[in-house]
Ligand binder design. Structure first.
Ligand SMILES: Cc1cc2nc3c(=O)[nH]c(=O)nc-3n(C[C@H](O)[C@H](O)[C@H](O)COP(=O)(O)OP(=O)(O)OC[C@H]3O[C@@H](n4cnc5c(N)ncnc54)[C@H](O)[C@@H]3O)c2cc1C
Length: 812
């Protein structure tokens, strides 16, 4: 069959991801052609071990993985091709108390996501997996719906299913180029000719980065060696053996023809193909590296003594694409319309394949992700992810951490510092303990003299607790200075800038110059895509401020949704401005010592934006707050930042001004009830559900994206609502994802958790769900508890801020 000259969609790559995507596209009725340069499965897929686990830290990514399991369970019956699917369940061991806490918290999470997970003691776990010794096992989790598959068979089965639904699959057909026109992908070039198309989906595994780079699309993934051993048959290994993960020994196991497959995640991974993937690397493996595998083998033999005498068939070494944060990469490229990516599967592409192909197909067909996929969205990356050397360094760290403890608030350590604010050295000297977002160093907290500026991770109260409390109280009682230079900042310029933003924003931004607006931008479902501040600087000039991590996403969202033909141009000015947030009741006293401009409440009211002159610098001052105190965000041309910082610290000394960091911001915003995008709000939640209805211009006539969905939603009862929860016992540690119980029934999970220092209690936020509606009455008549590591902790629901600085001072 000759390659066609056109198709609605072209999928590049015949591994599990490409075949699954083609299968789902065809099922949706889209015309699709899949092109594979060699044979199906000849990339990473043919040599995968085939474990299929489902639990992730995000509810939606867990949902995606459960979709794989649902698909695999019925695929063989559908296509008549065997898949090797076995649903024997999955065991996960915990060998110390911290890991056991992690597993118990995961179990609570799994249950709230609707995934069955049982906790077992060591003896119970051993019954399921008799070959292992359990002297060091504290406990285990068992997920009965996990399973295993034969990666090649399941891929061929998906390919057959795709063909059965009309997809055309061509092997030995390499894509040598992607054609673009007017900022869109419009076709592909192959050895057999050109195919014109509306959408290209690149599922080319570890080849994806180089192929996409040819059209200016950055896909930060690198190849890393990964090994597992296959043994001869071992007495006692039965076909019904669950898969086993032993993270404290960095290893995993599955049954295969009476023997074991055993692999692991070495702490010193080896990057592969740093100078490019060799030509004709098809159905190819790398040389076994026994020296590198020896420590993993040692750990495994301690768990499964039978390995000491088992015959070894092979030590398989295969390269796979890994990413800097350990998550895969999906979605439409921000740099090129019509080009979608599904790649970087970090050694769980078989587990993710079914679900990833499904959401990718729905994304292509519907023009939007079917649900919030932010943790795997290609727009989560930024400028720091463009240099391949940096990406490799960070990716190797992420690989090495695959099985290590996932501590709350844990930061990456490699490739740092990279992006530094002009104040970095001063803050370091002042005791800053830095965290990092999109490569930008940001102070998390400040150590006092005698303290060490170093995070010591734990599931208990952490070592930075007291420092954060100090900064918190300084902000509440005096003033604090936060370096928020990493904020993403854009200018929207043009005759139609107001009209474009009025269409994009849910709140009314058509204010006179000098005013700013807190607003969301919504998708057609009414879900919150962006959460930002829009300041009007002139008739045709708006300044937009959003979170550090959302720089690529929000820039892409805005540019894509400016109606065509409008004169409105978006420019990223992030690097042009440092940002110092001066917050606290003494902020005005401090700022007025440095400027002759009117900063009185009448002269510079809340919601104002103006250039003021302080310490010799022209400073764009925004009267906003994310901590619930009087204050200004000072946006300072970068070269003036140090001067302004020094002047503020000097003027503030008499008023108790301190440096403060992001962890203090978090406790302050939790008390005040400000929402965080990516946690409390996102594409699956509307402003009405999030309690942000006050920031939506439904009363006026102006149409905006998402308006129709909100109006429809307003007509009926809300099925979920964001609520605050407070726990009396100050020792309880809330981290987010704890299950919410109402009158003993599971109704949701926490989207944020932390500690409110002013009220001296743990605070959480989460959506309470009820299919027949969440009325005020429903909320207030229930009795609530939170599941914290499998313990039910009573809590109180509250719909108003836990701490209102204004009210607190009036009472005082
Ligand atoms: C040793 C090892 C063990 C693993 N174990 C597991 C496991 O137990 N469970 C699990 O879930 N995952 C596991 N994985 C991961 C899994 O193998 C991968 O995540 C998965 O196979 C990735 O599939 P893919 O379709 O993205 O990539 P690939 O299978 O590599 O497919 C990409 C395809 O694109 C083709 N291609 C590239 N460029 C072009 C072009 N220009 N034109 C046309 N075609 C092109 C390639 O030939 C290739 O066939 C393991 C990986 C390794 C290395």
């Amino acid at each position: 069959m000759p390659v066609p000259t056109q198709s609605r969609v072209v999928v590049i790559g015949g591994g599990i991801i490409g075949c699954s995507t083609a299968y789902h596209l065809a099922k949706l009725g889209l015309e699709v052609v899949l092109l594979e340069r060699h044979k199906l499965t000849s990339g990473s897929t043919f040599h995968a071990a085939g474990l299929v686990g489902q639990l992730r830290t995000s509810a939606n990514i867990t949902q995606l993985l459960t979709e794989s399991v649902k698909l695999y369970a019925g695929l063989e019956a559908e296509t008549g091709l065997a898949t090797g699917w076995k649903q024997n369940g999955g065991l996960r061991l915990a060998c110390n108390q911290a890991r056991w806490t992690e597993v118990k918290r995961q179990a609570a999470t799994a249950r709230s996501f609707g995934l069955e997970m049982h906790l077992l003691n060591a003896a119970e776990a051993q019954k399921l997996w008799p070959l292992m010794q359990v002297d060091d096992v504290v406990g285990a989790a068992f997920l009965p719906t996990d399973g295993q598959a034969n990666p090649s068979d399941i891929t061929q089965s998906l390919a057959k299913g795709a063909r059965m639904n009309g997809a055309k699959i061509f092997e030995d057909t390499e894509v040598t180029g992607i054609e673009t026109a007017h900022g869109r992908a419009v076709g592909v070039i192959t050895g057999q000719g050109r195919i014109a198309c509306e959408t290209v989906v690149v599922c080319a595994g570890q080849w994806t980065r180089e192929l996409c780079a040819t059209v200016g699309v950055n896909v930060p993934l690198v190849s890393v060696e990964h090994q597992y051993m296959i043994t001869e048959a071992i007495p006692g290994v039965t076909p019904d053996l669950p898969t086993l993960r032993d993270p404290d020994r960095l290893t995993y196991y599955k049954e295969e023809v009476g023997g074991l497959v055993m692999g692991g995640y070495e702490p010193n991974p080896i990057a592969w193909a740093e100078d490019g993937i060799p030509e004709k690397f098809n159905f190819s493996l790398l040389n076994s590296n026994w020296d590198h595998f020896a420590p993993i083998m040692e750990l495994a033999m301690g768990r499964v003594p039978a390995l000491q005498t088992a015959g070894v068939k092979t030590l398989l070494n295969g390269p796979e694409s890994f990413t800097p944060d350990g998550n895969f990469i999906l979605g439409e490229a921000p740099a090129l319309g019509g080009l979608f990516v599904g790649a970087g599967f970090n050694a769980f592409g078989i587990a993710a394949g079914g679900g990833a192909g499904k959401v990718l197909a729905e994304w292509v067909a519907g023009g939007a992700a079917p649900y919030d996929l932010w943790p795997v969205d290609i727009r989560r990356f930024g400028r720091n992810h463009q240099d391949i050397g940096w990406v490799r360094t960070r990716t190797l760290e992420a690989y090495a951490r695959h099985y290590t403890m996932a501590w709350p608030s844990e930061e990456f350590v490699s490739g740092r510092p990279l992006r530094r604010s002009p104040l970095y050295d001063r803050l370091l000297a002042a005791g800053a303990c830095f965290g990092e977002k999109l490569g930008f160093e940001r102070p998390n907290w400040f150590a006092a003299p005698g303290e060490t500026a170093l995070d010591i991770y734990t599931y208990e109260r952490p070592n930075w607790f007291a420092a954060v409390a100090r900064e918190h109280f300084s902000t509440r009682n005096a003033a604090a200075l936060f370096d928020q230079s990493s904020f993403a900042k854009f200018l929207l310029l043009g005759r139609d800038a107001e009209a474009a933003l009025s269409w994009l924003c849910a709140n009314d931004v058509a204010k006179p110059p000098g005013r700013l607006t807190y607003t969301q931008m919504l998708n057609a479902r009414g879900g919150i895509e962006c959460d930002l501040t829009v300041a009007r600087l002139g008739e045709e000039k708006f300044y937009i401020v959003t979170g550090t991590g959302f720089a690529t996403h929000d820039f892409d969202w805005i540019t894509r949704h400016i109606p065509s033909g409008m004169d409105a141009k978006l420019i990223d000015v992030t690097s042009g401005y440092a940002v110092l947030a001066l917050m606290g009741p003494r902020a005005r006293d401090i700022i007025s010592r440095l400027t002759r401009d009117d900063v009185s409440n009448a002269g510079f009211p809340f919601g104002g934006v103006r250039t003021i002159h302080m310490a010799g610098a022209p400073v764009l001052a925004l009267r906003v707050t994310y901590v619930g105190e009087l204050g200004w965000e000072l946006h300072i041309p970068t070269e003036f930042a140090v001067t302004v910082y020094e002047a503020l610290m000097a003027a503030g000394a008499a008023h108790g001004l301190v440096n403060a960091g992001y962890r203090a911001i978090e406790t302050l915003r939790l008390e005040k009830g400000y929402r965080a995008w990516g946690a409390d709000i996102g594409p699956d939640q509307t402003p009405l559900e999030a309690g942000l209805g006050w920031a939506v211009k439904l009363r006026g006539a102006q149409n905006f994206i998402g308006r129709a969905a909100l109006e429809a939603q307003r007509a009926g009862p809300l099925k979920k609502r964001l609520c605050g929860f407070v726990v009396e016992d100050p020792a309880v540690v809330l981290l987010g994802r704890e299950t919410i119980y109402r009158d003993g029934e599971r109704v949701g999970w926490l989207s944020s958790g932390g500690f409110g220092h002013s009220i001296g209690k743990p605070i959480g936020y989460g959506y309470v769900r009820n299919p027949s509606g969440v009325s005020d009455d429903f909320l207030t008549t229930g009795g609530y508890a939170l599941d914290v590591a499998m313990e039910k902790i009573p809590c109180k629901l509250q719909m108003t801020p836990f701490y209102d600085p204004g009210m607190a001072r009036i009472k005082a």
